[in-house]
Design a protein around this ligand. Structure first.
Ligand SMILES: Cc1cc2nc3c(=O)[nH]c(=O)nc-3n(C[C@H](O)[C@H](O)[C@H](O)COP(=O)(O)O)c2cc1C
Length: 327
């Protein structure tokens, strides 16, 4: 890793919190908002190496974005390596190899979490990518496939020996998908077993939980996923908490609705009305937990345009201000 590696900057920042890869969610707009609120790096959702090579799936259009980690999945070392070259040429700050995806269509091809069953192959994928790109190469993994197979320690050691610059450990087995709770012990075990930076991931929903993740595992950085849905303030809150030990006030309904409209507007200007499904989901996430949000959600998923979503959100805000709900 060179002295200007994004991971050096991340670790030297005093606020090492990053935005997780979330397929279908962590697009350019999500990433840029996460970064604006304080995420030090932001991951793309996973991209299949073959479809990146065929130019089919992934608009590698980072615009002015910096600090983007492109996550690839695949099980054929040379194929993943060639895809990594495409991502690097497009401006990726680092390449991350997905060794955690649990879904059948991915693991049936030997990729994602299936690579955790074969630490040697996992190392070969990393080594092949390392040979082809100059940017850092990382691996995001799980606790293991299940409790009977090689765990994150073995896989982390294999990929570290192959030249990985950092590993991200999500403390659930593949067999758990996203159920149960994430184990922290495995992150501590990986941290003790390898000399490269370890990024802890799983169930961090607040600045206090982020601090606990650091304390309990000794990890070098924390990755936040679901808690950032409709809630980019989580990054700013972590930063504030680490600096001052104080938790900033939660955003007001006004702030949340303004941020939802802004997020949708950014999606509209970047992707047009084709981003309608994404806009509906964002509007839903940003307003979750507000009084009357369940009723709002039903209406949001019936809308057919950005203008309709914006109108609903503004009506909802007016109802919030009046102390009532939309019904
Ligand atoms: C909608 C969604 C999409 C996801 N897509 C990916 C992905 O493309 N690559 C990946 O490594 N993990 C993916 N994940 C897993 C997250 O990156 C993260 O490991 C997991 O949600 C646990 O962290 P959290 O508790 O902070 O959400 C996804 C999770 C969600 C909820």
């Amino acid at each position: 890793m060179s002295a200007t590696s994004p991971f050096d900057e991340l670790l030297g920042s005093g606020f090492p919190v990053v935005a997780a890869p979330m397929a279908g969610v962590s697009d350019r707009i999500f990433r840029s908002i996460a970064r604006e609120y304080g995420a030090r790096l932001a991951w793309t959702g996973m991209v299949a190496a073959p479809s990146l090579l065929s130019g089919k799936s992934f608009p590698l259009d980072f615009g002015g974005e910096s600090g983007v980690v492109v996550q690839l999945f695949g099980a054929r070392p040379e194929e993943v390596a060639k895809a990594a070259m495409v991502a690097e040429a497009a401006g990726a700050a680092a390449i991350d190899i997905n060794m955690g995806c649990p879904v059948s269509s991915v693991v049936s091809g030997g990729a994602g979490a299936a690579l955790m069953l074969e630490p040697e192959l996992a190392g070969k994928v990393v080594a092949a990518v390392k040979r082809r790109v100059a940017v850092p190469v990382t691996v995001k993994m799980r606790r293991g496939w299940d409790e009977h197979s090689p765990g994150a320690v073995a896989v982390a050691q294999a990929v570290a020996a192959a030249g990985a610059a950092a590993v991200i450990v999500h403390g659930r087995y593949r067999s758990q998908f996203c159920t149960g709770s994430a184990d922290r012990q495995v992150i501590a075990d990986v941290k003790r077993a390898v000399a490269i930076p370890v990024i802890g991931n799983g169930d961090v929903r607040s600045p206090e939980e982020a601090a606990r993740m650091f304390q309990e595992t000794g990890c070098d950085a924390v990755m936040i996923g679901r808690a950032a849905l409709g809630n980019p303030w989580i990054f700013a809150a972590c930063r504030e908490y680490f600096k001052t030990n104080r938790i900033p006030p939660r955003p007001t309904p006004e702030e949340r609705i303004a941020a939802a409209i802004r997020h949708c507007k950014m999606l509209l200007s970047h992707e047009g009305e084709g981003a309608l499904c994404k806009m509906r989901r964002q509007a839903d996430w940003y307003t979750r937990g507000l009084k009357g949000a369940a009723r709002l959600r039903e209406s949001i998923y019936r809308t057919g345009s950005f203008a309709a979503i914006e109108r609903l959100l503004l009506e909802f805000l007016a109802a919030c201000r009046a102390g009532g709900t939309l019904d």
